[in-house]
Write a protein that binds this ligand. Structure first.
Ligand code: HEM
Ligand SMILES: *[C@@H]1O[C@H](CO)[C@@H](O)[C@H](O)[C@H]1NC(C)=O
Length: 480
């Protein structure tokens, strides 16, 4: 009897072991069939980081694509990495197989912004926060912001009138104020606005500085200012809680979204991290695109005249600005819209994004190993003559036809696509309207050098003077 048991056990054991062995072996041979993408890993430790930074980074990516095609491997910033330069690959990573690729950022940046900010996350928490953010940026929601954005734009423009400004820095003031407006609404107290701005710009300065433990450095100052921001957010949150009324701004959505037990879904600290996250995602991006738009318009005077004509028609129908701009009017600026799209393509300020493979992934017979970084290269796609003919030419008319799916991704695509894209465009429409109808541009040093801040901007942030001029033809109309 005992013998029989032992025999059965032995047979079972052998069967299981050989099954497991076969499985493992099969996985191995399957993996062995897959090869890594072409490309070179450079030197030990530094990889190809020196090559990346010894030239315009976009040249590095373009050269690689030319040599290896749509997928290649490299080693930069201490990480092995697969770069992808086709619409199909971008779709694979960002949309259809997004669950296999998680967001990844340097530790120091995560700490500075706040680890609970939505773009660091994947899965349920990300979905939850993203829903709240999307709810506060629907067309219906941003429609109501038009008058307040217009006020911000007008007061900024008149403050700059006739002064030599650094366009990029000026645009950052504008986009910061709009960011605060969308998060806290228009009723936020002036003293809060001032304190937020002061501290945020200290964080901003330290964000790209080298992390150190020494006091007095930009980094340390930024960490201190970051704490101060949290304190201010908590104060605002507590004040609102006392008031007890619901508001329709982003903070309102964060505070009023409850779980089944009726308690706030996000903790106050999670809210705080997400506020910084939104400010961070909204400010430099929009500011650098606005800076590029000004440069492209100034460099293409004929186009500037045409945009001016489109905007003057609206301006005059508003009694030369005596009536406010409407949402409907911002939807009717067809040429201006194409200029914005072409600027987004040309400048491709988000040149690429980062993900990390959470498992071994196969793409077109190549292995993307677990733990490797994965970078969809938006700029390469936007500058590929196969999708955009004569790609170095600034030509808004190419957007008379819609680009093919996943060939034009200035706002990304899929689970992490930009929730602020309509707001960003609205801001640009309103700004361009008032700029070209009331100001004459003078731009200095208009050559084609680029700086990284870390987004590409024209050299020295594009020094410029905007001078107010009277373009109103209403008096003529009255006389006629
Ligand atoms: C022209 C200006 C802007 C550009 C070019 C831009 C571009 C992008 C891109 C490409 C992504 C996706 C990144 C990725 O997949 O890794 C993104 C994400 C994001 N953007 Fe924007 N953005 C702009 C303005 C804004 C504004 C105004 C806001 C907020 C009001 C905003 C909020 C966000 C947030 C929160 C995310 C992360 C979404 C998530 O992870 O689910 N962006 N943006
Ligand atoms: C995002 O991907 C989907 C699915 O492939 C596609 O239908 C859509 O057009 C893409 N979006 C853009 C902006 O290309």
């Amino acid at each position: 009897m005992e013998m029989a048991y032992i025999l059965i056990y032995t047979v079972l054991l052998v069967a299981i072991l050989s099954y497991l062995f076969r499985m493992k072996h099969k996985r191995k041979t399957h993996q062995m069939k897959l090869k890594l993408p072409p490309g070179s890993m450079g030197w030990p430790y530094v990889g190809e980081t020196p090559q990346l930074y010894s030239q315009d980074p976009s040249l590095f990516f373009a050269t690689k694509e030319k040599r290896y095609g749509e997928i290649f491997k490299t080693h930069i910033l201490g990480c092995p990495c697969v770069m992808l330069a086709s619409p199909e690959a971008a779709r694979f990573v960002l949309v259809t197989q997004a669950h296999l690729f998680k967001p990844t950022y340097p530790r120091s940046k995560e700490k500075m912004i706040g680890p609970s900010a939505l773009f660091f996350h994947q899965g349920e928490y990300h979905t939850r926060v993203r829903k709240m953010v999307l709810a506060s940026f629907t067309p219906e929601a941003i429609k109501s912001l038009v008058p307040d954005i217009e006020k911000i734009v007008l007061s900024m423009l008149s403050a700059w009138d006739g002064h030599l400004i650094t366009t990029f820095h000026a645009m950052k003031q504008l986009t910061f104020d709009v960011g605060v407006l969308t998060i806290f609404g228009s009723r936020i107290e002036e003293r809060y606005k001032k304190e937020l701005k002061k501290n945020y710009f200290v964080v901003d300065k330290g964000y790209n500085s080298f992390p150190t433990i020494f006091p007095g450095t930009l980094y340390k100052k930024a960490i201190t200012a970051r704490k101060e921001l949290s304190r201010i957010f908590h104060e605002i949150i507590n004040e609102r809680r006392k008031e007890g009324e619901t508001r329709k701004d982003l903070l309102g959505y964060f505070m009023d979204t409850k779980n089944e037990q009726g308690t706030q879904l996000l903790t106050d600290d999670q809210i705080s991290d997400n506020i910084i996250g939104i400010l961070f995602a909204a400010q430099d991006t929009t500011a650098s695109v606005l800076t590029w738009i000004i440069k492209y318009l100034y460099d293409n005077q004929k186009l500037l005249e045409a945009v001016k004509e489109e905007q003057m028609a609206i301006y005059e129908s508003n009694g030369c600005g005596s009536q406010p701009l409407t949402w409907g009017q911002t939807r009717s600026m067809a040429l201006t819209h194409r200029v914005i799209l072409e600027s987004l393509r040309m400048a491709s300020i988000i040149s690429f994004t980062f993900r990390e493979a959470v498992a071994d992934v196969e793409y077109k017979g190549y292995l993307i190993p677990k733990g490797w970084k994965v970078m969809p290269l938006f700029r390469n796609i936007h500058h590929n003559p196969e999708f955009f003919s004569d790609p170095q030419k600034f030509d808004p008319s190419r957007f008379l036809a819609s680009p093919k799916p996943n060939t034009f991704l200035p706002f990304g695509n899929g689970t992490h696509a930009c929730p602020g894209n309509e707001l960003a465009k609205l801001e640009m429409f309103i700004f361009i309207h008032h700029l070209v109808t009331k100001y004459r541009l003078e731009v200095f040093g208009s050559h084609n050098e680029v700086e990284y801040s870390p987004f590409p901007v024209p050299t020295r942030g594009l020094p410029a003077i905007f001078r107010s001029e009277s373009n109103c033809n209403n008096d003529d109309n009255l006389r006629r």
